[in-house]
Design a protein around this ligand. Sequence first.
Ligand code: ATP
Length: 361
Amino acid sequence: MASVTFDAATRRFADDLPPAVDSLDLDVADGEFMVLVGPSGCGKSTSLRMVAGLESVESGAILIDGVDVVGMAPRARDVAMVFQNYALYPNMTVADNMGFALRNAGMSKPDTGKRVAEVAEMLDIAHLLDRKPAKLSGGQRQRVAMGRAIVRRPKIFCMDEPLFNLDAKLRVSTRAQIAAMQRELGVSMLYVTHDQIEAMTMGHRVAVLDHGVLQQVGTPREIYSRPSNLFVASFMGSPQMCLINGRIDAGVVRLGAAHLPVPDSVLAAATSAEVVVGLRAESWTVSTVSHDGALRGTVDLVEELGAEQFVYCSADVPLRNSRIVVRVDHRRTIDVGDVVGLVPEPSETYWFDPVTGAALD
Ligand code: ATP
């Protein structure tokens, strides 16, 4: 096990472009599962590759167990990397793929075989050891790639979108398997994904990046319940948080006929009367008759998800995203074209500065 520290780590690919990773400060504790998440191009893979030694660091440092590894050869870092495309050798069997690094490091054939067999057992791929990669399913290839990393008993695991090539169902089961494997081995993990559900379900902590800049780091619950800015609020959580431009007037923000009291902490932090109000799908009460104190909405789309449904409504308020989305129990009957009354839950409302995007409470 080992800790990893990014200390103002910066990587720029061209002088006329902003840095791909901009002065990143992040600590990954011994045995921690840290997920790096963000949209395409935000610098997740580059951050990971800097730890593995596959990308140079322009300024700042990367420390493994307190030792600056910038300039150290990748193989000297004791970091195992699992790539999105698995990068298996096509002409080798599963057993040879898994044992390759150990044999290269001088381990005897019997010892290598023993280690490979143990890990294959753990990953439920023992029956595949004699096969070549072309004869494996995507999920089996994924497990071989993981096995090849595990046999090395590295200090740190780096995984770059390892579930990308799997179908939705397999992604869910493999998600749980990787989390269990990490717990069992107690190894430090840096895991890259663009999928916020993967990030929320797998990580002990989640680091959210945008344009090479760290936006927030925290437990999944902290990130969900206390997003530090508009970017984190809208990127994390599905469906996306509804964001509405509001104006504080006599301590309240009016959303149509609905009134939202503004908490004192928000009044104190706001630099002007303009604010952005954020509400998640579960934070509205919906009635099928329009009534006093409710925002009037028109149902544009109903998404059935089995136990619940997402109801997409248009409303006459300055929405920053296209519609208000409301989570409704599956027993309710709501149809496209219905006019509904929407009441926001004041205690579950988020408040942001419209200029800086920073959270106001
Ligand atoms: P994705 O999810 O699409 O893989 P990412 O968040 O992992 O994206 P990076 O691959 O780290 O992002 O890329 C960050 C930025 O650096 C992007 O703008 C990308 O175009 C740029 N970049 C990455 N690698 C190189 C390279 N070798 N040469 C030039 N630019 C690069």
